[in-house]
Design a protein around this ligand. Structure first.
Ligand SMILES: Cc1cc2nc3c(=O)[nH]c(=O)nc-3n(C[C@H](O)[C@H](O)[C@H](O)COP(=O)(O)OP(=O)(O)OC[C@H]3O[C@@H](n4cnc5c(N)ncnc54)[C@H](O)[C@@H]3O)c2cc1C
Length: 375
């Protein structure tokens, strides 16, 4: 199906099924957001919409990735899904499609698309975030598989996840990124303990995950042994590009909500203008990236520009919220206000997750502009 037809058909379906898709209750807690996401994905999957833009060999209905980008935009614009947790599908499914064995990808990807399962991404460790190549969670070969021991941290949604895309060290530390392997791990495996961490916005968005001699079958390797770094380098551009497109719709909607909420108060017109400009810049960039992906181009370090722009736009929108609705953001007096407060606080993390702003700027300087030393 082509994009114009997809848009029209999807918009009609969303209108007709608005009552089914609406949250069963007001959304506040992360549990409620996760339940709503699973419900919407299930309905959209059964109606076919969640399958467009994904290859047929993993249960998709084919077509351009622009179709699934529009689905994310439409669901977010209608406030049916929380944009951050929705992004996980766009980040992790392409990795499985590119690097898992065809049989594993065909068995697993439909579970993620249909909302039956949640997956998480186990990269960061207590000693390694930005310096990911120094990760220490270790896997040793054991018969026809691996045994994993170590710790991950800041693993988003791990407490809900059935599977984890996990980076482990299988070679010595002195070979840095060449000694890393990617595994697809069942979170129910004996030896895994998950401990949620509450963020300052009040939700247990991420977790510590402990692995104590966890058995992982050989067939769960993504790519080849020692090639986990290239799996990660393929994943991160998705996390910094197509997984972000629907954020523009979300930020646009919240900006509109803000303008309505502060009707009789003044917002600084210069600050509003700068915010709209940042949002437009992100949207234009993200649109170009989505089209490059749809044209079959391989995404790479240039997606760091998308990440810098979305973080700037998100923080600018919520800086404006803080200026216009200061008491809601600072005092948290009622449920409606607490949503503003929670989103404002979470927006502070936009320059950290998916690689910090400083790291993105290093990549832009060194790899795109050829400035300075890459060591
Ligand atoms: C909400 C949220 C969700 C997350 N979800 C996940 C997830 O699902 N899975 C996962 O694996 N991780 C996740 N993370 C972790 C995230 O990827 C890391 O926090 C991030 O990569 C930074 O690593 P760090 O926290 O160890 O900070 P550090 O790397 O210790 O950095 C600390 C500070 O030093 C700066 N810095 C470090 N190195 C340099 C350098 N070379 N040049 C200039 N400045 C530098 C950084 O920019 C930062 O300001 C999440 C984080 C957040 C906030």
């Amino acid at each position: 199906m082509e994009l114009p037809e997809f848009r029209a058909t999807l918009d009609r379906w969303l209108d007709e099924h608005a009552a089914d898709l609406a949250p069963d209750r007001s959304l506040g807690t992360l549990d409620e957001h996760m339940a709503q996401l699973a419900k919407v994905k299930r309905l959209a999957y059964d109606a076919g919409f969640m399958r467009f833009g994904w290859p047929e060999r993993v249960g998709g209905l084919g077509g351009s990735p622009l179709l699934r980008a529009y689905l994310g935009e439409a669901l977010t614009a209608r406030d049916l899904v929380e944009p951050g947790i929705y992004s996980m599908t766009e980040t992790l499914a392409p990795t499985m499609i590119d690097h898992a064995s065809p049989a594993l990808a065909a068995a697993m990807v439909p579970r993620l698309l249909s909302g039956d399962e949640t997956w998480c991404q186990g990269f960061s460790e207590p000693g390694t975030g930005s310096n990911l190549a120094a990760l220490a969670c270790r896997a040793v070969e054991d018969g026809d598989g691996w045994r994993v021991t170590g710790q991950k941290v800041w693993t988003s949604l791990a407490q809900y996840a059935q599977r984890c895309v996990l980076l482990v060290r299988t070679g010595p530390l002195d070979v840095a990124h060449r000694g890393i392997t990617a595994l697809f791990v069942d979170m129910e495996s004996p030896g895994i303990a998950v401990r949620p961490i509450e963020t300052m916005h009040g939700a247990p968005e991420f977790c510590e995950v402990f692995f104590d001699d966890v058995a992982v079958p050989a067939g769960r390797m993504l790519g080849h042994e020692g090639q986990g770094w290239s799996v990660a380098m393929d994943l991160l551009p998705y996390e910094r590009s197509t997984a972000l497109w629907h954020k523009a719709a979300y930020l646009q909607r919240r900006l509109g909500d803000l303008v309505e909420a502060v009707a009789d108060h003044a917002l600084d017109p210069v600050q509003v203008g700068e915010t709209v400009q940042l949002l437009a810049a992100f949207r234009a960039r993200s649109r170009a990236t989505a089209h490059r992906l749809a044209a079959g181009e391989r995404l790479g370090p240039e997606t760091s520009v998308d990440k810098v722009l979305v973080a700037r736009a998100e923080q600018a929108v919520f800086d404006l919220v803080e200026a216009g609705l200061a008491s809601d953001v600072l005092l948290e007096e009622d449920a409606a206000a607490s949503r503003w407060r929670s989103e404002y606080l979470f927006s502070r993390a936009a320059t950290i997750y998916g690689g910090t702003e400083e790291i993105q700027r290093n990549i832009i300087a060194r790899r795109l502009l050829d400035l300075g030393d890459d060591r």
